[in-house]
Design a protein around this ligand. Structure first.
Ligand code: PLP
Length: 410
Protein backbone atom coordinates (compact mmCIF):
# COMPACT_ATOMS: atom_id res chain seq x y z
CA UNK A 1 0.00 0.00 0.00
CA UNK A 2 2.89 2.38 0.70
CA UNK A 3 4.83 1.52 -2.48
CA UNK A 4 7.31 4.10 -3.64
CA UNK A 5 7.16 6.16 -0.46
CA UNK A 6 10.57 5.22 0.96
CA UNK A 7 12.59 8.38 1.46
CA UNK A 8 9.65 10.67 0.59
CA UNK A 9 8.99 13.16 3.38
CA UNK A 10 7.63 16.56 4.35
CA UNK A 11 5.23 18.28 1.95
CA UNK A 12 5.76 15.75 -0.81
CA UNK A 13 4.97 12.80 1.48
CA UNK A 14 1.74 14.28 2.81
CA UNK A 15 0.50 15.30 -0.62
CA UNK A 16 1.31 11.85 -2.01
CA UNK A 17 -0.51 9.85 0.68
CA UNK A 18 -3.46 12.25 0.73
CA UNK A 19 -3.86 12.04 -3.04
CA UNK A 20 -3.42 8.26 -2.94
CA UNK A 21 -5.74 7.37 -0.04
CA UNK A 22 -8.28 10.22 0.12
CA UNK A 23 -10.87 10.89 -2.61
CA UNK A 24 -10.14 13.84 -4.89
CA UNK A 25 -13.16 15.97 -4.06
CA UNK A 26 -10.91 19.05 -3.63
CA UNK A 27 -7.98 20.46 -5.58
CA UNK A 28 -5.80 21.98 -2.83
CA UNK A 29 -2.82 24.25 -3.36
CA UNK A 30 0.39 22.29 -2.67
CA UNK A 31 0.82 23.49 0.92
CA UNK A 32 0.63 21.10 3.90
CA UNK A 33 -0.31 22.96 7.06
CA UNK A 34 0.66 21.72 10.49
CA UNK A 35 -0.15 24.50 12.96
CA UNK A 36 -1.90 27.84 13.25
CA UNK A 37 -2.09 30.80 15.58
CA UNK A 38 -4.16 33.93 15.01
CA UNK A 39 -3.98 34.89 11.35
CA UNK A 40 -0.87 32.77 10.67
CA UNK A 41 -0.33 29.12 9.76
CA UNK A 42 2.87 27.09 9.45
CA UNK A 43 3.46 24.19 7.06
CA UNK A 44 5.26 20.90 7.71
CA UNK A 45 8.49 22.36 6.34
CA UNK A 46 8.33 25.35 8.70
CA UNK A 47 7.15 27.99 6.18
CA UNK A 48 4.70 30.59 7.55
CA UNK A 49 1.69 31.96 5.69
CA UNK A 50 -0.90 34.65 6.36
CA UNK A 51 -4.15 32.69 6.14
CA UNK A 52 -6.40 34.86 3.98
CA UNK A 53 -9.06 32.20 3.43
CA UNK A 54 -9.69 31.46 7.12
CA UNK A 55 -11.44 28.15 6.50
CA UNK A 56 -13.93 29.84 4.14
CA UNK A 57 -14.80 32.24 7.01
CA UNK A 58 -15.06 29.51 9.66
CA UNK A 59 -11.98 31.01 11.34
CA UNK A 60 -13.28 34.56 11.77
CA UNK A 61 -11.58 34.70 15.19
CA UNK A 62 -8.31 33.24 13.90
CA UNK A 63 -6.59 29.95 14.61
CA UNK A 64 -6.54 28.67 18.20
CA UNK A 65 -8.22 31.71 19.74
CA UNK A 66 -7.15 31.37 23.41
CA UNK A 67 -10.64 32.06 24.77
CA UNK A 68 -12.26 29.46 22.51
CA UNK A 69 -9.53 26.88 23.06
CA UNK A 70 -9.81 27.30 26.85
CA UNK A 71 -13.59 26.88 26.75
CA UNK A 72 -13.33 23.83 24.47
CA UNK A 73 -10.62 22.21 26.61
CA UNK A 74 -12.64 22.73 29.76
CA UNK A 75 -15.71 21.16 28.17
CA UNK A 76 -13.73 18.32 26.54
CA UNK A 77 -12.80 16.95 29.92
CA UNK A 78 -16.27 17.45 31.38
CA UNK A 79 -19.00 16.26 29.01
CA UNK A 80 -18.98 16.06 25.21
CA UNK A 81 -22.04 14.16 24.07
CA UNK A 82 -25.36 13.28 25.60
CA UNK A 83 -27.57 13.06 22.49
CA UNK A 84 -30.80 14.99 22.72
CA UNK A 85 -32.42 12.03 24.48
CA UNK A 86 -31.49 14.03 27.60
CA UNK A 87 -30.98 17.69 28.39
CA UNK A 88 -27.44 18.99 28.90
CA UNK A 89 -26.30 22.05 30.82
CA UNK A 90 -24.65 23.76 27.80
CA UNK A 91 -27.36 23.90 25.12
CA UNK A 92 -29.80 26.12 27.03
CA UNK A 93 -27.25 28.89 27.77
CA UNK A 94 -26.04 28.73 24.13
CA UNK A 95 -29.61 29.00 22.80
CA UNK A 96 -30.36 31.91 25.13
CA UNK A 97 -27.24 33.84 24.07
CA UNK A 98 -27.87 33.14 20.38
CA UNK A 99 -31.40 34.44 20.79
CA UNK A 100 -29.93 37.67 22.14
CA UNK A 101 -27.52 37.93 19.20
CA UNK A 102 -30.11 37.20 16.49
CA UNK A 103 -33.21 38.71 18.10
CA UNK A 104 -34.97 35.43 17.28
CA UNK A 105 -36.99 33.50 19.84
CA UNK A 106 -35.62 30.03 19.14
CA UNK A 107 -32.79 28.10 17.55
CA UNK A 108 -32.38 24.57 16.23
CA UNK A 109 -28.80 23.28 16.49
CA UNK A 110 -27.13 21.14 13.83
CA UNK A 111 -23.50 20.49 12.83
CA UNK A 112 -22.53 21.35 9.26
CA UNK A 113 -23.80 24.26 7.22
CA UNK A 114 -25.56 22.00 4.71
CA UNK A 115 -27.53 20.35 7.53
CA UNK A 116 -28.68 23.76 8.73
CA UNK A 117 -29.77 24.66 5.19
CA UNK A 118 -31.66 21.35 4.97
CA UNK A 119 -33.27 22.20 8.30
CA UNK A 120 -34.38 25.60 7.00
CA UNK A 121 -35.86 23.99 3.87
CA UNK A 122 -37.77 21.42 5.92
CA UNK A 123 -39.01 24.05 8.38
CA UNK A 124 -40.14 26.26 5.48
CA UNK A 125 -42.06 23.46 3.80
CA UNK A 126 -43.68 22.34 7.05
CA UNK A 127 -44.57 25.96 7.92
CA UNK A 128 -46.07 26.24 4.43
CA UNK A 129 -48.33 23.22 4.95
CA UNK A 130 -49.25 23.76 8.58
CA UNK A 131 -49.38 27.54 8.91
CA UNK A 132 -49.76 29.05 5.43
CA UNK A 133 -52.14 26.31 4.26
CA UNK A 134 -50.34 25.22 1.07
CA UNK A 135 -51.86 21.94 -0.24
CA UNK A 136 -49.77 18.83 0.49
CA UNK A 137 -46.64 18.42 -1.64
CA UNK A 138 -47.30 21.66 -3.56
CA UNK A 139 -44.80 23.96 -1.81
CA UNK A 140 -42.18 25.77 -3.85
CA UNK A 141 -39.09 27.63 -2.67
CA UNK A 142 -37.41 30.41 -4.64
CA UNK A 143 -33.62 30.30 -4.81
CA UNK A 144 -31.00 32.47 -6.52
CA UNK A 145 -28.90 31.69 -9.56
CA UNK A 146 -25.23 31.40 -8.63
CA UNK A 147 -26.12 30.13 -5.16
CA UNK A 148 -24.00 27.93 -2.95
CA UNK A 149 -25.74 26.35 0.03
CA UNK A 150 -23.87 23.06 0.49
CA UNK A 151 -23.57 19.58 -0.91
CA UNK A 152 -26.57 17.44 0.00
CA UNK A 153 -28.65 15.87 -2.76
CA UNK A 154 -31.50 18.34 -2.26
CA UNK A 155 -29.23 21.38 -2.08
CA UNK A 156 -27.28 20.52 -5.23
CA UNK A 157 -30.62 19.91 -6.98
CA UNK A 158 -31.00 23.71 -7.23
CA UNK A 159 -27.34 24.54 -7.88
CA UNK A 160 -26.44 25.86 -11.33
CA UNK A 161 -22.79 24.93 -10.85
CA UNK A 162 -22.47 21.97 -13.22
CA UNK A 163 -19.56 20.41 -11.33
CA UNK A 164 -21.52 20.44 -8.07
CA UNK A 165 -24.77 19.35 -9.71
CA UNK A 166 -24.26 16.93 -12.59
CA UNK A 167 -24.54 13.14 -12.27
CA UNK A 168 -26.28 13.22 -8.89
CA UNK A 169 -29.87 12.97 -10.15
CA UNK A 170 -32.72 12.30 -9.80
CA UNK A 171 -33.02 15.76 -8.28
CA UNK A 172 -35.33 17.10 -5.57
CA UNK A 173 -38.19 19.11 -7.13
CA UNK A 174 -39.86 22.21 -5.69
CA UNK A 175 -37.26 24.94 -6.33
CA UNK A 176 -37.37 27.92 -8.71
CA UNK A 177 -34.15 29.77 -9.52
CA UNK A 178 -34.20 33.50 -10.35
CA UNK A 179 -31.50 36.05 -11.15
CA UNK A 180 -29.64 37.07 -7.99
CA UNK A 181 -30.43 40.62 -6.94
CA UNK A 182 -33.41 41.03 -9.30
CA UNK A 183 -36.46 41.78 -7.17
CA UNK A 184 -38.81 41.75 -10.18
CA UNK A 185 -37.65 38.24 -11.03
CA UNK A 186 -38.45 37.13 -7.47
CA UNK A 187 -41.85 38.83 -7.65
CA UNK A 188 -42.65 37.08 -10.93
CA UNK A 189 -41.70 33.67 -9.48
CA UNK A 190 -43.84 33.94 -6.32
CA UNK A 191 -47.22 32.22 -6.37
CA UNK A 192 -49.71 31.10 -3.73
CA UNK A 193 -47.67 27.94 -3.08
CA UNK A 194 -44.38 29.75 -2.43
CA UNK A 195 -43.27 29.13 1.14
CA UNK A 196 -39.80 30.69 1.21
CA UNK A 197 -37.10 32.65 -0.60
CA UNK A 198 -33.66 31.23 0.20
CA UNK A 199 -30.74 33.56 -0.50
CA UNK A 200 -27.22 34.52 0.52
CA UNK A 201 -27.09 38.24 1.44
CA UNK A 202 -23.69 38.15 -0.30
CA UNK A 203 -22.86 35.20 -2.55
CA UNK A 204 -19.54 33.90 -1.22
CA UNK A 205 -18.71 30.94 -3.44
CA UNK A 206 -20.25 32.89 -6.32
CA UNK A 207 -17.32 35.34 -5.98
CA UNK A 208 -18.30 37.68 -3.11
CA UNK A 209 -21.20 39.04 -5.16
CA UNK A 210 -23.02 41.89 -3.42
CA UNK A 211 -26.63 42.43 -4.55
CA UNK A 212 -27.76 45.89 -5.71
CA UNK A 213 -28.45 48.30 -2.84
CA UNK A 214 -32.10 47.98 -1.82
CA UNK A 215 -32.53 44.36 -2.93
CA UNK A 216 -32.63 42.98 0.62
CA UNK A 217 -35.09 45.67 1.73
CA UNK A 218 -37.32 45.02 -1.30
CA UNK A 219 -37.10 41.28 -0.67
CA UNK A 220 -38.13 41.81 2.96
CA UNK A 221 -41.15 43.83 1.84
CA UNK A 222 -42.14 41.32 -0.84
CA UNK A 223 -41.87 38.34 1.54
CA UNK A 224 -44.01 40.11 4.14
CA UNK A 225 -46.63 41.08 1.53
CA UNK A 226 -46.84 37.58 0.06
CA UNK A 227 -46.64 35.69 3.38
CA UNK A 228 -43.42 33.98 2.31
CA UNK A 229 -40.51 33.21 4.66
CA UNK A 230 -37.37 35.24 4.04
CA UNK A 231 -34.55 32.75 4.67
CA UNK A 232 -31.05 34.24 4.88
CA UNK A 233 -28.13 31.84 4.54
CA UNK A 234 -25.58 33.77 6.64
CA UNK A 235 -23.30 30.74 7.03
CA UNK A 236 -20.41 32.53 5.32
CA UNK A 237 -21.55 36.18 5.45
CA UNK A 238 -22.65 36.27 9.08
CA UNK A 239 -20.97 36.53 12.49
CA UNK A 240 -18.81 39.59 11.94
CA UNK A 241 -17.26 38.88 8.55
CA UNK A 242 -18.76 41.92 6.76
CA UNK A 243 -18.29 44.43 9.58
CA UNK A 244 -21.72 43.80 11.06
CA UNK A 245 -23.12 40.81 12.93
CA UNK A 246 -25.14 39.80 9.86
CA UNK A 247 -24.78 40.88 6.24
CA UNK A 248 -28.54 41.62 6.25
CA UNK A 249 -27.77 44.37 8.81
CA UNK A 250 -26.18 46.45 6.03
CA UNK A 251 -29.71 47.14 4.76
CA UNK A 252 -31.32 47.11 8.20
CA UNK A 253 -33.21 43.96 7.25
CA UNK A 254 -34.27 41.13 9.57
CA UNK A 255 -35.10 37.85 7.78
CA UNK A 256 -37.56 35.29 9.14
CA UNK A 257 -34.86 32.64 9.41
CA UNK A 258 -31.13 33.00 9.85
CA UNK A 259 -29.02 30.01 8.82
CA UNK A 260 -25.69 30.05 10.67
CA UNK A 261 -22.63 27.80 10.59
CA UNK A 262 -18.88 28.01 9.99
CA UNK A 263 -17.68 30.67 12.50
CA UNK A 264 -20.40 29.60 14.97
CA UNK A 265 -18.00 26.78 15.84
CA UNK A 266 -15.02 29.16 16.06
CA UNK A 267 -13.12 27.02 13.55
CA UNK A 268 -12.72 24.42 16.32
CA UNK A 269 -15.76 22.28 15.77
CA UNK A 270 -18.71 22.04 13.36
CA UNK A 271 -21.60 24.00 14.85
CA UNK A 272 -24.59 25.25 12.85
CA UNK A 273 -28.06 26.50 13.67
CA UNK A 274 -31.30 27.81 12.28
CA UNK A 275 -32.76 30.75 14.22
CA UNK A 276 -36.36 31.94 13.93
CA UNK A 277 -39.35 32.97 15.98
CA UNK A 278 -41.65 30.51 17.70
CA UNK A 279 -44.40 30.80 15.06
CA UNK A 280 -41.92 29.35 12.52
CA UNK A 281 -39.61 26.97 14.45
CA UNK A 282 -42.59 25.79 16.50
CA UNK A 283 -43.61 23.56 13.57
CA UNK A 284 -40.77 21.24 14.55
CA UNK A 285 -42.09 18.62 16.98
CA UNK A 286 -40.37 15.71 18.77
CA UNK A 287 -39.10 13.15 16.29
CA UNK A 288 -39.78 15.29 13.20
CA UNK A 289 -36.14 16.37 12.81
CA UNK A 290 -32.82 15.85 14.58
CA UNK A 291 -29.17 14.91 14.65
CA UNK A 292 -27.13 12.78 17.08
CA UNK A 293 -24.46 15.46 17.43
CA UNK A 294 -26.66 18.56 17.02
CA UNK A 295 -26.61 20.62 20.23
CA UNK A 296 -24.04 18.44 21.98
CA UNK A 297 -22.40 20.00 25.06
CA UNK A 298 -19.01 20.52 23.42
CA UNK A 299 -20.55 22.25 20.39
CA UNK A 300 -22.84 24.29 22.61
CA UNK A 301 -19.99 25.40 24.89
CA UNK A 302 -17.89 26.56 21.94
CA UNK A 303 -20.88 28.15 20.17
CA UNK A 304 -21.82 29.95 23.37
CA UNK A 305 -18.32 31.42 23.75
CA UNK A 306 -18.40 32.54 20.09
CA UNK A 307 -21.73 34.28 20.65
CA UNK A 308 -20.46 35.96 23.84
CA UNK A 309 -17.48 37.29 21.87
CA UNK A 310 -19.76 38.62 19.14
CA UNK A 311 -22.11 40.23 21.66
CA UNK A 312 -19.16 42.42 22.71
CA UNK A 313 -19.07 43.88 19.18
CA UNK A 314 -15.28 44.20 18.88
CA UNK A 315 -14.96 41.80 15.95
CA UNK A 316 -17.68 43.54 13.94
CA UNK A 317 -16.04 46.93 14.52
CA UNK A 318 -12.62 45.54 13.60
CA UNK A 319 -13.88 43.91 10.39
CA UNK A 320 -15.51 47.22 9.35
CA UNK A 321 -12.40 49.30 10.13
CA UNK A 322 -9.83 46.93 8.62
CA UNK A 323 -12.20 46.16 5.76
CA UNK A 324 -12.18 49.85 4.78
CA UNK A 325 -8.37 49.70 4.67
CA UNK A 326 -8.48 46.51 2.59
CA UNK A 327 -10.99 48.06 0.19
CA UNK A 328 -8.93 51.24 -0.25
CA UNK A 329 -5.81 49.19 -1.03
CA UNK A 330 -7.46 46.73 -3.40
CA UNK A 331 -9.60 49.27 -5.28
CA UNK A 332 -6.42 50.98 -6.47
CA UNK A 333 -5.54 47.77 -8.34
CA UNK A 334 -8.56 47.88 -10.64
CA UNK A 335 -7.16 48.44 -14.12
CA UNK A 336 -3.71 47.33 -12.89
CA UNK A 337 -4.08 43.56 -13.08
CA UNK A 338 -7.58 43.32 -11.62
CA UNK A 339 -10.76 43.82 -13.63
CA UNK A 340 -13.05 44.38 -10.65
CA UNK A 341 -12.95 44.30 -6.85
CA UNK A 342 -15.87 43.78 -4.46
CA UNK A 343 -15.28 44.26 -0.74
CA UNK A 344 -17.63 44.11 2.24
CA UNK A 345 -15.83 44.19 5.58
CA UNK A 346 -12.92 41.75 5.58
CA UNK A 347 -14.28 39.85 2.60
CA UNK A 348 -13.21 40.49 -0.95
CA UNK A 349 -13.70 39.06 -4.42
CA UNK A 350 -11.02 40.05 -6.95
CA UNK A 351 -11.77 39.42 -10.63
CA UNK A 352 -8.55 38.88 -12.52
CA UNK A 353 -8.04 40.20 -16.06
CA UNK A 354 -9.01 37.64 -18.69
CA UNK A 355 -6.18 36.42 -20.90
CA UNK A 356 -3.60 36.48 -18.09
CA UNK A 357 -2.88 33.93 -15.37
CA UNK A 358 -5.95 32.21 -13.86
CA UNK A 359 -7.18 32.78 -10.31
CA UNK A 360 -5.57 29.50 -9.31
CA UNK A 361 -2.22 30.42 -10.83
CA UNK A 362 -2.29 33.74 -8.98
CA UNK A 363 -3.24 31.99 -5.71
CA UNK A 364 -0.30 29.66 -6.22
CA UNK A 365 1.97 32.68 -6.74
CA UNK A 366 0.51 34.30 -3.62
CA UNK A 367 1.20 31.14 -1.59
CA UNK A 368 4.83 31.23 -2.73
CA UNK A 369 4.93 34.76 -1.25
CA UNK A 370 3.39 33.65 2.05
CA UNK A 371 -0.28 34.50 1.47
CA UNK A 372 -2.96 31.79 1.36
CA UNK A 373 -6.09 32.52 -0.66
CA UNK A 374 -8.40 30.53 -2.89
CA UNK A 375 -9.84 31.15 -6.31
CA UNK A 376 -13.49 30.57 -7.06
CA UNK A 377 -14.93 29.89 -10.53
CA UNK A 378 -11.50 30.18 -12.13
CA UNK A 379 -11.12 33.94 -12.53
CA UNK A 380 -11.97 35.30 -9.06
CA UNK A 381 -9.69 35.33 -6.02
CA UNK A 382 -11.53 35.29 -2.75
CA UNK A 383 -9.99 36.87 0.35
CA UNK A 384 -11.43 36.34 3.84
CA UNK A 385 -8.64 36.84 6.38
CA UNK A 386 -9.31 36.19 10.07
CA UNK A 387 -10.79 39.27 11.73
CA UNK A 388 -7.89 39.30 14.23
CA UNK A 389 -5.60 40.38 11.35
CA UNK A 390 -3.68 43.62 12.10
CA UNK A 391 -3.41 46.80 10.00
CA UNK A 392 0.17 45.88 9.08
CA UNK A 393 -0.99 42.44 7.94
CA UNK A 394 -3.75 43.99 5.81
CA UNK A 395 -1.06 46.17 4.21
CA UNK A 396 1.14 43.11 3.67
CA UNK A 397 -1.79 41.36 1.99
CA UNK A 398 -2.54 44.32 -0.29
CA UNK A 399 1.16 44.83 -1.14
CA UNK A 400 1.60 41.16 -2.01
CA UNK A 401 -1.55 41.06 -4.14
CA UNK A 402 -0.32 44.23 -5.90
CA UNK A 403 3.07 42.67 -6.67
CA UNK A 404 1.50 39.47 -8.00
CA UNK A 405 -1.23 41.00 -10.15
CA UNK A 406 0.86 43.85 -11.55
CA UNK A 407 3.64 41.38 -12.43
CA UNK A 408 1.07 39.27 -14.24
CA UNK A 409 -0.35 42.31 -16.08
CA UNK A 410 3.03 43.54 -17.37
C1 PLP B 1 -23.45 30.26 2.11
C2 PLP B 1 -23.11 28.83 2.44
N1 PLP B 1 -24.09 27.99 2.79
C3 PLP B 1 -23.82 26.72 3.12
C4 PLP B 1 -22.55 26.21 3.09
C5 PLP B 1 -22.28 24.77 3.44
O1 PLP B 1 -21.66 24.65 4.66
P1 PLP B 1 -20.90 23.26 5.03
O2 PLP B 1 -19.74 23.16 4.10
O3 PLP B 1 -20.50 23.45 6.47
O4 PLP B 1 -21.90 22.17 4.84
C6 PLP B 1 -21.50 27.06 2.72
C7 PLP B 1 -20.11 26.55 2.65
O5 PLP B 1 -19.24 27.10 2.03
C8 PLP B 1 -21.78 28.41 2.40
O6 PLP B 1 -20.82 29.25 2.03
Amino acid sequence: MSDGLAGVEGTEFHIEITERYAAHNYHPLPVVLASGEGAWVTDVDGNRYLDCLAGYSALNFGHSHPRLVARAQQQLGTLTLTSRAFFNDQLGPFALALSELTGKEMMLPMNSGAEAVETALKVSRKWGYQVKGVPENQANIIVMEGNFHGRTTTIISFSDDKVAHDNYGPYTPGFRAVTYGDIEAVRAAVDEHTVAVLFEPIQGEGGVVIPPEGFLRDLRELCTQENVLMVADEIQSGLGRTGKTFACDHEGVVPDLYILGKALGGGLYPVSAVCADRDVLGVITPGSHGSTFGGNPLAAAIGHEVVLMLLEGEFQERAARLGARLEAGLSALVGHGLRAVRVRGLWAGLDVEPGGPSGRELCKALSQRGILAKDTHGMTIRLAPPICITEEEVDLLVDTVREIVTASAS
